[in-house]
Write a protein that binds this ligand. Structure first.
Ligand code: DGL
Length: 278
């Protein structure tokens, strides 16, 4: 396994579990020169069904851990963690932990991108119960595009289907039709649907097949990668602190063998993983 050099500052990428690998993959494709440290809190996933307080506490623990590993910049690749923990961490915790470090999420850049893409101003959001109940997308879109209409649909069966290797199965067909159908019925003018959960790109072919052609279906990986590239271009002091060895390491709070096996759903390349406790 390639090692990140000691004293290096990899970009931390945090997710509740495996799904953030879809974001990491897009980030590494766009910005291959940096070092990355991925942390999946698999032992405590899913976050999508957990309360605000619990998601916040777990996410803060993970962020602190990544900072202690030398990360100067941490991306919350998880929508649920971005929805329920990012703002408090940025506003309350970061100034005390280390005001020079940064934590970024996935919701703001996604809201910006889907707002630009939509021509009718009617947007659909599909996410976990936690993301939808937090109304984070509604709030972010409202800040940027006050006239836009956001309709949301929680899709609680999609993460378990993906993680149980059922993304190609008949069960997935049923639950894709069910949730997409319910969302489409909420707003006939919808022209853009965002898959606001890290796992949903795995179901993209089935989702695309049941969404009418005039409606765009947007995944987040490339949006987040472009936004990070832009952030690093605008923040040269942070860019210079991120080490550039092109190495990616993986950490999980679960069993590493289990992580390696399930990571195959999300990444083509094999991963070497270390267990940690938070
Ligand atoms: N990573 C989560 C998200 O993007 C999905 C999995 C979970 O519920 O923990 O919302």
């Amino acid at each position: 396994m390639q090692q990140i050099k000691s004293g290096a500052s990899p970009i931390g990428v945090f997710d509740s579990g495996y799904g953030g690998l879809t974001i990491l993959k897009a980030i590494r494709n766009r910005l291959p020169e940096y070092d990355y440290l991925y942390l999946g809190d698999n032992a405590r996933a899913p976050y999508g069904t957990r309360s605000f307080d619990v998601v916040y506490e777990f996410t803060l623990e993970a962020v602190r851990y990544l900072f202690n590993q030398g990360c100067e910049l941490v991306i919350l690749a998880c929508n649920t963690a971005s929805a329920k923990a990012l703002r408090t961490i940025q506003q309350n915790d970061l100034p005390q932990i280390d005001p020079t470090k940064r934590v970024l999420g996935v919701i703001r850049p996604t809201a910006e991108a889907i707002g630009e893409l939509s021509t009718t101003g009617h947007i659909g959001v599909m996410g976990t119960n936690g993301t939808v109940q937090s109304e984070s997308y509604d709030m972010e879109v409202a800040k940027l595009y006050p006239d836009y209409v956001v309709s949301s649909q929680a899709c609680p069966m999609w993460v378990p289907l993906v993680e149980n290797h059922e993304a190609d199965g008949d069960g997935a067909d049923y639950f894709v039709r069910k949730y997409v159908g319910t969302l489409l019925n909420k707003d006939v003018d919808m022209d853009t649907i965002v898959l606001a959960c890290t796992h949903y790109p795995i179901l993209y072919p089935k989702i695309r097949a049941v969404v009418p052609d005039n409606i765009s279906v947007v995944t987040q990986g490339e949006i987040v990668a472009r936004s990070l590239e832009d952030y690093l271009r605008r923040h040269t002091e942070m860019e210079q602190r991120c080490s550039k060895g092109g190495v990616c390491r993986y950490l999980t709070t679960e069993n590493p063998d289990k992580f390696t096996d399930l990571a195959k759903i999300f990444l083509e390349e094999p991963v070497c993983v270390k267990h940690i406790d938070l």
